[in-house]
Design a protein around this ligand. Structure first.
Ligand SMILES: [Zn+2]
Length: 288
C-alpha cells in the first residue's frame, strides 16, 4: 500500500552490477554480452530496458515462445543473482516497513558478529515462473515481509497497480474507515466498531486488499484506532488550544505530543509501521 519512490536512484548501480557479471557456462562472457548476442533479437529490447524500465513498461514486454528455458537459465535469480540484488538493496536503499502491508518492520540490523542482516524477503511482483524474462527487472522486485510474500501472495497476480508502478495511488483512493457496530453509536471498546479499507468510486484495489488479507490483518490493530478515538474525546480542539496556550507550543506541536506521528510526510509513510492507518484515522477524527 506504500508507493516505492527510491528505485530511480539505484538504476545505474543496479544495471552496472548485474550486466557486468560473468557466466562460466557461456564462455565467461558478461550478462550484457550474452543477452545482446543471444536474446535481444527475440525479446526486442536491450538489457537496460529490460532491467531498469518502469513496471508499466515492463509488464508490456512479452516473452517470445521457445526461449523460456534458456532465459530462465541465464536470469537465474535464485542461484546466481539473489545475493547480489539483496546486497545492492541493503547498500543503497533505506528500507523500513513492508511496502505491501505497512504492518511489519523489515529493516536492516546488525548482528552481534557485526554482520548486516535484513528483515525482508524480495518478492517478484510478476512471478519468475511465468515471467522468467523479468526475473532480474528492478521494478518487478519488491522488499516485503514474509507474510505478504510467502504466506499470502505467493505466485498470485495483484493487478497492474503495484507499489513500483507510476500510477500506484492506493493512498489517495483507499482509506481506512471505522464503522459502528453497536446500536448506541458509542465507541468504548474494540467490539463497538469494525475497521475496513474502503475505496470510493472505483474498484482498482479490491484484489490487492484481498490477496494481502489487509482487512483481516488490520482488525488486529483496532487497539490503535480505539486509543486514538479515546484520546481525541479527551482532547477536543478547545482543549488542544488551551494546552497550546498553557505550554507556549503550537497546536500542531500539542497534537504531535498527544498523538505521536499522526501526519508523516507522504514520502515518509514507509518509515513507520501502521502509518497509513494512523494518517487515515487522524483524518476521520478531525485531527487533520
Ligand atoms: Zn507485508
Amino acid at each position: 500500500m506504500i508507493k516505492v519512490t527510491e528505485y530511480h536512484k539505484i538504476e545505474d548501480v543496479y544495471y552496472t552490477d548485474l550486466s557486468k557479471r560473468k557466466h562460466r557456462y557461456y564462455g565467461n562472457k558478461t550478462l550484457e554480452e550474452i543477452y545482446r548476442e543471444e536474446f535481444e533479437k527475440h525479446i526486442k529490447c536491450d538489457l537496460r530496458t529490460l532491467l531498469c524500465s518502469s513496471f508499466d513498461k515492463l509488464s508490456k514486454i512479452k516473452l517470445p515462445t521457445g526461449i523460456n528455458d534458456e532465459i530462465a537459465k541465464l536470469f537465474d535469480y535464485q542461484n546466481k543473482y539473489q545475493k547480489h540484488i539483496s546486497d545492492i538493496f541493503k547498500k543503497h536503499l533505506e528500507i523500513h516497513t513492508c511496502y505491501y502491508c505497512n504492518i511489519d518492520f523489515i529493516n536492516l540490523f546488525k548482528t552481534t558478529n557485526k554482520n548486516t542482516k535484513s528483515g525482508y524477503t524480495l518478492d517478484h511482483i510478476l512471478p519468475k515462473t511465468e515471467y522468467p524474462h523479468l526475473a532480474l527487472s528492478l521494478y518487478n522486485i519488491i522488499p516485503s515481509c514474509y507474510i505478504c510474500n510467502s504466506k499470502l501472495k505467493k505466485e498470485q497476480n495483484i493487478g497492474k497497480r503495484v507499489p513500483t508502478s507510476d500510477n500506484f495511488d492506493f493512498d489517495e483512493r483507499v482509506r481506512f474507515k471505522t464503522f459502528m457496530s453497536n446500536p448506541h453509536l458509542i465507541i468504548e471498546n474494540e467490539k463497538d466498531f469494525e475497521l475496513f479499507l474502503k475505496e470510493d468510486f472505483s474498484d482498482l484495489y479490491s484484489k490487492y486488499i484481498e490477496v494481502f488479507e489487509l482487512n483481516g490483518r488490520y482488525a488486529h490493530h483496532k487497539y490503535k484506532v480505539l486509543e486514538m478515538i479515546q484520546k481525541r474525546k479527551a482532547y477536543p480542539d478547545s482543549r488542544i488550544r488551551e494546552l497550546a496556550q498553557l505550554t507556549q507550543k503550537t497546536e500542531e506541536e500539542v497534537k504531535q505530543d498527544l498523538f505521536g506521528n499522526y501526519l508523516p510526510d507522504e514520502n515518509e509513510l514507509h518509515k513507520y509501521s501502521l502509518s497509513k492507518l494512523i494518517k487515515d484515522i487522524s483524518q476521520e477524527i478531525g485531527l487533520i
